[in-house]
Design a protein around this ligand. Structure first.
Ligand code: C5P
Length: 300
């Protein structure tokens, strides 16, 4: 086998509860991840040395050196195997870059699955999960897919039961937001307000809405503690969120650390209408529809 291609989905956070800042610079989270049908593709081709090339949506904003999360994942996997493997990774992007939809984490997860196959390592998912957690807090979920609750940094995962399919609209923004900068702004806002930061808790009503496939109830429960920080750094997001609410979204929130905004619709048809309305309102660079949950990375 000379080449393996893996398709991997984006995520949106349905609940992102951010606890106090830890000594290691991270925050303890309750993070409800939901994989949605926006996909990157990563093709791993056997080669001597490690290299990466990026094509597609905002490809020029993705590093093609050792900072690229996918090549870091491939290097970590070769290190774990203890062999001088090489690979060329070709990443075809559709997931917004630095958009709060874990695109970089998705590419890293896809690289782990593709190289595991290409190099014939046959490592079980649990081993890949451990390597994934070292690459980034969102990479383990990107390996898992579906809908799951993450605790710790977000890397300790439990899959959740979800009935049916939810329909989403995503408003993409111009340019990304740095995850670290958004967490830092969250800390700054909390310090300035003197807010006592509670230990993060899963919202029982949100988990029940997922179990029952109740979009109306889910819409009312969506929540993201990073949203005030993302809006503080990118004021235009307030208008985007407002436009979605006015047009009848069941719920709206900033996805992860933003700047992508997510809107929950009643049905696929409603998602189409909502997307058209948001496009007309001119509050986003682009507007796309997707559904979730979808399975994690798969060889195609
Ligand atoms: O784990 P990852 O490298 O993706 O995290 C990027 C940044 O996001 C971290 O450097 C940290 O600033 C912030 N972060 C955090 N708490 C988490 C996850 C991420 O503060 N649980």
């Amino acid at each position: 086998m000379n080449s393996v291609t893996v398709r991997v989905p984006a995520k949106v956070n349905l609940q992102l509860a951010v606890g106090p800042l830890r000594d290691d610079g991270y925050h303890d989270l309750v993070n409800v991840f939901h994989a949605v049908s926006i996909f990157d593709e990563v093709t791993a081709t056997a080669e001597t040395g490690m290299s990466v090339r990026v094509e597609g949506e905002s490809a020029d904003q993705v590093p093609e050196d050792g900072d690229n999360l996918a090549i870091r994942a491939a290097i970590a996997l070769a290190g774990h195997a203890g062999r001088p493997y090489g690979v060329n990774l070709l990443i075809r992007k559709s997931i917004p870059v630095a958009g709060g939809m874990a695109g970089g984490s998705a590419d890293a997860a896809a690289a782990l699955v593709a190289c595991n196959e290409l190099w014939g390592l046959g490592l079980p998912r649990e081993d890949l999960m451990e390597i994934a957690a070292d690459i980034g807090s969102d990479v383990p979920f990107a390996l898992l897919g579906g809908t799951a609750i993450g605790t710790g940094r977000g890397e300790r995962l439990t899959s959740l039961d979800v009935a049916g399919t939810f329909h989403w609209v995503f408003a993409l923004a111009d340019g990304g937001l740095s995850t670290a900068a958004v967490y830092a702004e969250c800390d700054r806002l909390r310090q300035a307000s003197g807010e006592l930061v509670a230990w993060p808790q899963a919202a029982g009503a949100l988990l029940a809405a997922l179990r029952e496939g109740d979009a109306e109830a889910l819409g009312a429960q969506l929540g993201n503690d990073l949203q005030p920080a993302a809006v503080a750094l990118r004021g235009s997001l307030a208008h985007t969120l407002d436009a979605g609410r006015k047009q009848g979204a069941l719920g709206s929130l900033v996805s992860g650390s933003g700047p992508t905004c997510a809107f929950l619709a009643r049905s696929a048809a409603h998602a189409g209408e909502l997307a058209a309305g948001l496009k007309d309102a001119g509050v986003a660079r682009d507007v796309i529809t997707a559904h979730g949950p979808v399975p994690g990375p798969a060889v195609v």
